[in-house]
Design a protein around this ligand. Structure first.
Ligand code: NAD
Length: 281
């Protein structure tokens, strides 16, 4: 039997401030959560009383170790759904699976993403289409499927992991920058459509976070720019971040916990930069 969230509509401001981070009984569906930022958010939900549907690609045994480990570590129910986020029917099935197995869908995190670094004139068409599908269309597929469930529950929180590249561009990332700008436009539209349904939709725009997607980029940037990996790290990756520090996943989790809390109710259709000052320049 799935525990119902203990929400109190008459909670005082003090209670709401105290309750930030209490996700007791809530269910989160997080795309691309077998690694990196998505996995950090999944762990945070499970540690705070929520149940989670993990998703992502990768080695089946490794994913099962991650899932079982998270469950053992937190006592939460942690399930895995193998939807390929490029396929709308599989994504809809993942959201329906969460509702069927865990009883509700309170939080949707559209996080799955990939990168490819190449000059526009050499950018492979299949890579362009894949990036638009995984980084942008998947958010539409999952949001469309989650909205009727959230409306029936009378509350919902949608958090889209965009990027600093949703707000500004860098060379050689045309598909990624286009997709992430699209995510921010999509976020605004969903927020407006659901503003009176107690469902919010926001975008988080991280700067560089040291996850596998960045490790791969260091190699690709070194090749594309004909630079050493050390130079790419210092002058390209951290070059754009005034703090000269990677953003950490716990810093992103902090923003996530605010957005999904009751105090986050008026944050809607917004893009929250957590980028060490990158987009202030
Ligand atoms: P990551 O490579 O660690 O994680 C990406 C996840 O997406 C993985 O779980 C992977 O399996 C999953 N995925 C990829 N293709 C998929 C598909 N077709 N179907 C289902 N899942 C798929 O990278 P990350 O850094 O954790 O990235 C998470 C999100 O954060 C991405 O949207 C990324 O663009 C964004 N982001 C990352 C950074 C950074 O510096 N790491 C900065 C800004 C934004």
């Amino acid at each position: 039997m799935v525990q119902q969230p203990a929400r109190n509509d008459n909670a005082t401001s003090d209670q709401r401030l105290r309750d930030i981070g209490d996700l007791g009984g809530q269910v989160a569906v997080i795309s691309g959560s077998t690694s990196g930022i998505g996995l950090a958010i999944a762990r945070a939900v499970a540690q705070r009383g929520g149940n989670v549907v993990l998703n992502g690609l990768g080695d089946a045994d490794q994913i099962e170790r991650t899932r079982a480990g998270l469950e053992a570590e937190t006592g939460a129910r942690v399930l895995y759904h193998p939807a390929d986020m490029t396929h709308g029917d599989q994504v809809a099935d993942m959201v329906a699976f969460a509702k069927a197995q865990l009883g509700r869908v309170d939080i949707l995190v559209n996080n799955a993403g990939i990168q490819h670094v190449e000059a526009v004139e050499a950018f492979p068409t299949d890579k362009w289409e894949q990036i638009i599908a995984i980084n942008l269309s998947s958010a539409f597929y999952a949001t469309r499927a989650a909205i009727p469930i959230m409306k029936a529950q009378g509350r919902g929180r949608i958090v889209n992991i965009a990027s600093a590249h949703g707000l500004v561009a860098s060379p050689f990332k045309s598909a990624y920058v286009a997709a992430k700008h699209g995510v921010i436009g999509f976020t605004k539209t969903v927020a407006l459509e659901l503003a009176q349904d107690n469902i919010t939709c926001n975008a988080v725009c991280p700067g560089f976070v040291h996850t596998p997607i960045v490790d791969k980029q260091i190699d690709d940037q070194a090749r594309t720019r004909n630079m050493s990996k050390e130079d790419v790290l210092k002058n390209v990756i951290l070059g754009s971040q005034p703090t000269k520090q990677f953003v950490t996943t716990d810093q992103l989790v902090g923003m996530f916990l605010y957005l999904v809390s009751d105090l986050g109710a008026s944050a809607n259709g917004a893009s929250f930069s957590i980028d060490g000052g990158w987009t202030a320049q």
